[in-house]
Design a protein around this ligand. Structure first.
Ligand code: FES
Length: 145
């Protein structure tokens, strides 16, 4: 059975091969979450991105999929730097021995974030204008009848 070593907790545990890393962590009383994410996480559905861990030696982890990478990149507005060893624990299967660091620091990718915020601003502006025009037209139509 593979052994998962939790670097910050100074503990090692055996887990079944193919076990989900997040579920194994929670079973051993180690949370991948911090702060409000303990309550607001998506419960392992690859949506929130708050269960990030660093797999120090990636050999024991399953391959990172495209959907996981999309979540790791960040939210609609804030882009994050995706380090090679960053993994979503809920999307990682244990296939061999590995060392895991919980709560790794996440770095904001400012150029991409500025780009996203700019696009969001443009989309928001045109949405508000379109909504205003629609309301104006409806009010104008009501006035005609
Ligand atoms: S728990 Fe939400 S992405 Fe892993």
């Amino acid at each position: 059975m593979p052994v998962v070593t939790f670097y910050h907790q100074h503990r090692s545990h055996e887990v079944d091969s193919g076990a989900n890393l997040r579920e194994a962590m929670l079973r051993f009383g180690i949370t991948p979450y911090k702060g409000a994410a303990m309550l607001t996480n998506c419960r392992g559905n690859n949506f929130c991105g708050t269960c990030v861990v660093e797999v120090v030696d990636g050999a024991g982890a399953s391959a990172r999929g495209q959907e996981e990478e999309a979540t790791l990149i960040g939210s609609l507005a804030v882009a994050k730097v995706m380090e090679k060893n960053m993994r979503l624990s809920c999307q990682t299967s244990v296939v061999g021995d590995m060392t895991v660091k919980t709560h790794p620091p996440r770095v904001v990718d400012w150029p991409k974030t500025r780009e996203r915020v700019g696009l969001l601003g443009i989309v928001s502006f045109f949405t508000v204008v379109l909504l205003g025009m629609t309301v104006y037209m409806v009010l104008d139509m009501v006035k005609l009848f």
